[in-house]
Design a binder for this molecule. Structure first.
Ligand code: HEC
Length: 451
């Protein structure tokens, strides 16, 4: 029997592998976005220091650079590969799709990244050892390399949401995959956020300089306030454009009642941070280092984390390119890449026949192993998007069944799977068509979990 090229299921109880991705992603984004933002900020500051002959700005850049080395480059370099590991475990075929489309884009990104890492060391350690003109040139190239990493990675991340054009499926070409309709709004949205982050971090450094040089501390806090406010506006503007370039399935997820709070939360956050930036501009002496650090955590916990979680969930039912489902099944033909949909194969044969990871003793359903098979199949087909524990935190299956399906028994669940999920009737769930006996085993197990 021909097997599908599936990988084992990486199952994270209660929280789900997607949350693990979101968590690693959030920490990485805080670190990486700060470093790209700082790349642009340094170019601006070094330009100013050089043109206006302001040696004290070099001192600020040095302190900022030190902070950046620890905060961005240590944390960023750990969480970057961390994302690779997490994504590979959670979604091996998603990562494989990205590698098969973008291997050279990624290789190029790494060249920029290596330049960036060496550049930041050079900028910090050579700042008072090389002449200022050379230092200025170095900051310019550092900024270009930093923005380069962003520009390349954004095309890849945008492809995860969707290719954004139909040509890709036939040509399979990297540029059709890269340049989708949401690539640029996404890129500028991130650039705005990076500029804002560089200001938020900048305030931590400038407010800590009060004792040494009160006037400079005040001036820099003000400048960082302006930089952040500007970045914030750019972010908001492109966020609205970005929302308009999303595929229909993403808009459907956004419209779910469970996501209604997030837009309101974004607005509250925008107001809160505008006030913070305005205080920095008009009353810079009020900004203390403690406040600046607290605001960094606020943006991380209430800004980036829900944002990343939303972006992860808006891709549903896909994990990459609208052809790999979150549960790693190939959802459609991609002639340009010689890829064939697996949905009809599963409908005809079922997981038990074509999933290489099914233990031999579970390949045939018997009254004794039915519940065990049901649990295994539910893990394979559904656990990427639902935690299976009764009190799970990640779209808990049992709670959804108990609240959304009129009956809670095996027959209702079976019927729902066959007629709703099996026909692809809801846009946010994959079409999972399976033979009757597999639905039957899954429904029997799920019914035992519903209270
Ligand atoms: C690609 C992700 C994904 C997969 C895979 C998935 N679901 Fe869902 N499911 C969702 C989303 C998103 C919702 C909407 C949750 C909400 O309302 O907040 C949902 C909702 C549900 C609901 C509630 C009823 C409804 O229509 O909203 C049930 C029941 C359900 N899923 C069962 C399953 C079963 C059974 C499987 C496996 C056969 C499965 N799901 C696989 C994403 C998924």
């Amino acid at each position: 029997m021909e097997m599908l090229g599936l990988y084992p299921v990486f199952y994270v109880p209660n929280f789900g592998s997607a949350w693990l991705m979101g968590l690693t992603g959030t920490i990485h984004i805080l670190a990486s976005h700060t470093s790209v933002g700082a790349g642009m900020l340094f170019a601006f500051l070094a330009h100013k220091a050089y043109k206006e002959d302001r040696p004290e700005l070099y001192d600020y850049m040095k302190r900022y650079g030190m902070f950046l080395l620890i905060f961005s480059y240590v944390i960023g370099s750990i969480t970057g590969p961390g994302i690779w590991y997490t994504a590979t475990a959670a979604s091996p075929r998603g990562i494989s799709a990205l590698i098969h489309n973008f291997v050279w884009v990624w290789a190029t990104e790494w060249v920029f990244f290596i330049y960036e890492v060496i550049g930041v060391f050079a900028l910090v350690y050579f700042i008072d050892k090389i002449d200022r003109k050379t230092h200025l040139k170095l900051t310019y190239t550092f900024a270009i390399a930093s923005v380069g990493t962003l520009a390349l990675i954004i095309g890849i991340i945008s492809f995860m949401m969707w290719p954004g054009n139909d040509a890709f499926y036939n040509t399979g070409s990297a540029s059709d995959a890269f340049f989708g309709m949401n690539t640029f709004p996404h890129m500028f949205l991130r650039i705005g956020f990076m500029i804002m982050m560089s200001g938020i971090i900048g305030m931590i450094i400038s407010s800590a300089m009060k004792k040494d040089n009160a006037a400079l501390s005040k001036e820099l806090t003000q400048k960082m306030g302006i930089v952040s406010l500007l970045g914030g506006f750019v972010t908001m503007f492109f966020f609205m454009w970005y929302i308009m370039t999303l595929p229909a399935n993403a808009s459907a997820i956004l419209a779910l009642p469970s996501n209604s709070g997030i837009i309101l939360q974004r607005i509250i956050l925008a107001i809160l941070f505008s006030v913070y930036f305005l205080v920095a501009i008009f009353k810079p002496q009020w900004i203390s280092r403690t406040l600046a650090i607290v605001m960094l955590f606020v943006i991380g916990i209430s800004g980036v984390w829900p944002g990343e979680k939303l972006r992860e969930s808006m891709r549903k039912p896909y994990v990459a390119g609208q052809y790999i489902y979150s549960n790693n099944i190939i959802a459609r033909d991609v002639p340009g890449k010689g890829i064939k949909s697996e949905v009809p194969i599963l409908a005809a044969k079922g997981f038990l026949k074509v999933d290489p990871w099914v233990p031999e003793r579970l390949r045939t359903i018997t009254p004794e192993n039915k519940l065990e098979v049901g649990e295994m199949l539910t893990k394979r087909a559904c656990s990427n998007c639902h935690s299976l524990e009764t009190n799970g935190k990640y779209r808990p299956m049992a709670t959804l069944i108990a609240t959304k399906l009129p009956g809670k028994d095996a027959a209702t669940i079976n019927n729902y799977m066959k007629n709703v999920i099996g026909t692809g009737a809801v846009s946010y769930m994959p079409k999972i068509a399976l033979p009757d006996e597999e639905y039957d085993a899954m429904a029997a197990w799920m019914a035992t979990q519903v209270k």
